[in-house]
Design a protein around this ligand. Structure first.
Ligand code: DSN
Length: 422
């Protein structure tokens, strides 16, 4: 199949082409539940693979350090205008290479090494770059971390406020990577105002939901919005920083020349296409369907005796605590993978196990919704997960193989965007 899709690659480097072809088959045949992944459209794939990648263009539209920018400037200006329109912000920088560099640029813009910064602890659902110890942001800065309540699995905004007023951090991050509930940006804004902190909403996971109106927007509440572009937003792997006009210069200077060199123009083009797609009514329907599917899947998992952190979900993501099932997260994730269901093992709040062998698995509905699965399919998905976890406990490989056959069968009826071979 790759012969027709990537003929030049096949003829130049058949070995590499075979890996790509195998990945196409894998993505077509499996049920992909990793909540930070998705399928980009064929248009985004095409834009991301253009000759735009042949250009160096350090600087910003109209202010470059290299000549020959007449087309690149138009591409980047278009991406910027589309980001501003979609997210309702004054300023957008579309050059960060991905989420971690985007967040590092925020530190560079507003803080000095040694300053106190505050974010959600990684094992509670935060992100490495929110001041967690093993990241540069936790070693070059003094990271203080908040979490969720043990009894509810929810952020305790009173506790966050108390901590912020005691620590007076330079930066406060809200958002994370394993948060199944709506983020109260207004509450964080009030806390940041009282503490005199710059508030950053890292909406990487939920950017597409915000764009589609399925999650409240941080635009009116925070100083900076940081996001990757490849999760629910369904763009290429990249990132954006968005802010009010007053912070525009600091953000731009931090991204370039502060942290990065030439932007990846082919990615900028893919981002522009994704932003255009996300502005269509069909994307609003998609974002709401992602949430409806996640709620239906959570309900079906609860019916089957699963323990979900915070008791369910408001967004695209579900965090399953497998402690009661007596199957470690990693064992379950690997068994699910053998059953054709791709998830990642994940810590749960207050996890007694280690991050590399934690108690939970993290799942989400962005990818399956992109393929057109709807709420009626979620009990089937929950059944597969339940059967696979039981099979993992018993070491029943035959049961996993049987699930895999069922998964492949259903997926064949729901072609994935960008993968015509499905
Ligand atoms: N790696 C991303 C995720 O899976 O959530 C966060 O950076």
């Amino acid at each position: 199949m790759s012969a027709s899709r990537h003929p030049a690659l096949l003829s130049t480097d058949p070995e590499l082409a075979s890996f790509v072809a195998a990945e196409e088959v894998l993505q077509a045949q499996t049920l992909r539940l990793i909540p930070s992944e998705n399928y980009v459209s064929a248009a985004v794939l095409e834009a991301s693979g253009t000759v735009l990648q042949n250009k160096y263009s350090e600087g910003y539209p109209g202010r470059r350090y290299y000549e020959g920018q007449q087309n690149i400037d138009r591409v980047e200006a278009l991406a910027i205008e589309r980001a501003k329109g979609l997210f309702g912000v004054d300023h957008a920088n579309v050059q960060p290479y991905s989420g971690s560099p985007a967040n590092l640029a925020v530190y560079l813009a507003f803080a000095k090494p040694g300053d106190t910064v505050m974010g959600m602890a990684l094992p509670m659902g935060g992100h490495l770059t929110h001041g967690w110890g093993v990241s540069a942001t936790g070693s070059w800065f003094r990271g203080v971390q908040y979490g969720v309540r043990a009894d509810t699995g929810l952020v305790d905004y009173d506790a966050v406020r108390e901590q912020a007023l005691a620590e007076r951090p330079k930066l406060i991050f809200c958002g994370g990577t394993a948060l199944p509930r709506t983020i109260d940006f207004a509450a964080f804004a009030e806390i940041a105002r009282e503490a005199g902190s710059i508030l950053v909403a890292d909406v990487a996971h939920i950017a597409g939901l915000i764009a589609g109106g399925a999650h409240p927007s941080p635009a009116d509440h925070v100083d900076v919005v940081s996001t990757t572009t490849h999760k629910t937003l369904r763009g290429p792997r990249g990132a954006m920083l968005m802010c009010r006009e007053e912070h525009a210069k600091a953000i731009d200077k931090a991204v370039f020349p502060g942290l990065q060199g030439g932007p990846h123009n082919q990615t900028t083009a893919g981002i522009a296409v994704a932003l255009h797609e996300a502005a269509q009514p069909s994307f609003t329907a998609y974002a709401h369907a992602v949430v409806a599917n996640a709620k239906a899947l959570a309900a079906a998992l609860l019916e089957r005796g699963f323990d979900l952190v915070s008791g369910g979900t408001d967004n695209h993501l579900i965090l399953i605590d497998l402690t009661g099932k007596d199957v470690p997260g990693k064992v379950a994730a690997k068994a699910l993978d053998r059953a054709g269901i791709v998830v990642n093992y994940n810590t749960v709040p207050f996890d007694p196990r280690k991050p590399f062998d934690p108690s939970g698995v993290r799942i989400g509905t962005p990818s399956l919704t992109s393929r057109g699965l709807s709420t009626e399919h979620m009990p089937v998905v929950a059944d597969w997960i339940s059967r696979a976890v039981d099979a993992a406990a018993k070491g029943d490989e035959q049961a996993l193989a049987a699930i895999r056959a069922e998964v492949t069968d259903l997926m064949a009826a729901f072609p994935a965007p960008g993968l015509p071979l499905s």
